[in-house]
Design a protein around this ligand. Structure first.
Ligand SMILES: NC(=O)c1ccc[n+]([C@@H]2O[C@H](COP(=O)([O-])OP(=O)(O)OC[C@H]3O[C@@H](n4cnc5c(N)ncnc54)[C@H](OP(=O)(O)O)[C@@H]3O)[C@@H](O)[C@H]2O)c1
Length: 248
């Protein structure tokens, strides 16, 4: 198993060696889940002296604070409590994002089988993975005319069609809801020319998935490539980082 994984990682790295690295500049960008994993890597790459970044983190900001850059504003906000998003209305009013990249998510507890389901747990995962990010988007849309893209980082585990293994109720259901809301928003925001899509970031080595196949750098670069192209072909779509359309 170890050899196969190592081999897989090498193949992915080799393929990515030839892929292009696009950039984003002169943009205002909101990134959630910005103190670790894919979100943190995104902030690192987007921190190029021309972008302004509003970085939402949970309680910890030890990693992101180490990034040098005076155009990053960090907001501590625990998404489990939706009221906390409302407390940041002023910052959201003042920041006119062109792009929102929502990475924050909790996988939830290890045990998520049917017998152990707990409604409170369900609520808290839904708050983190769906409702708090949605409140941020709602708040932005009330005042903002500069928004061009909303990218929700989802998971293939939220696909109802691709689900062959069951289990993981909280995570699967929350990502399925995020996918559904993304599709709905894409229709509602079409008249405003806002590109709304969800991206499965791949199997990425992070604290959520220590056995992941690719690095945060490989994944975040491809997310940036997709944002940089801002192709409306993907509006309302569920895609992976290689731009393959996934089934809902
Ligand atoms: N890694 C993969 O293979 C994989 C596969 C499919 C989808 N994804 C998706 O990719 C995204 C990024 O995940 P990742 O792999 O980079 O894992 P990660 O490092 O665990 O990132 C998740 C981020 O969400 C934040 N978060 C969790 N609970 C929060 C809360 N209550 N309030 C505010 N923020 C909270 C975490 O902050 P704290 O750690 O400080 O709480 C963390 O920065 C997620 O949406 C995940 O579902 C990842």
């Amino acid at each position: 198993m170890g050899i196969i994984k190592t081999f897989k990682r090498k193949i992915y790295k080799f393929n990515d060696y030839f892929s292009k690295n696009l950039n984003l500049s002169n943009k205002n960008i909101i990134v959630t889940g910005a103190n670790s994993g894919i979100g943190f890597d995104l902030v690192n790459k987007l921190n190029n002296n021309t972008n302004y970044i509003l970085a939402f983190v949970n309680q910890k900001k030890d990693n992101i604070e180490k990034i040098n850059g005076d155009k990053i504003k960090i907001i501590n906000c625990d998404f489990e409590d939706v009221e906390q998003v409302k407390n940041h209305a002023t910052e959201l009013d003042q920041f006119n994002p062109n792009i929102i990249i929502n990475c924050a998510a909790s996988f939830g507890p290890k045990k998520q089988n049917f017998e152990d389901l707990d409604v409170e747990q369900f609520h808290s995962i839904f708050n983190i993975n769906v409702l708090s990010p949605l409140l941020i988007i709602q708040k932005i849309l009330k005042r903002n005319n500069d928004l061009k893209q909303i990218v929700n980082i989802t998971s293939y585990m939220g696909s109802i069609t691709l689900n062959k293994k069951g289990d993981y109720y909280y995570y699967r259901a929350s990502k399925a809801l995020l996918n559904s809301i993304t599709k709905n928003l894409s229709i509602d925001l079409n008249k405003k020319n806002i590109n709304v899509l969800c991206i499965h970031p791949g199997s990425v080595k992070t604290k959520m998935n220590p056995g992941g196949d690719i690095s945060t750098s490989q994944s975040s670069q491809k997310i940036i490539n997709i944002c940089s192209e801002n192709n409306f072909k993907y509006n309302g779509k569920f895609i992976d980082i290689n731009k393959n359309i996934l089934e809902w």
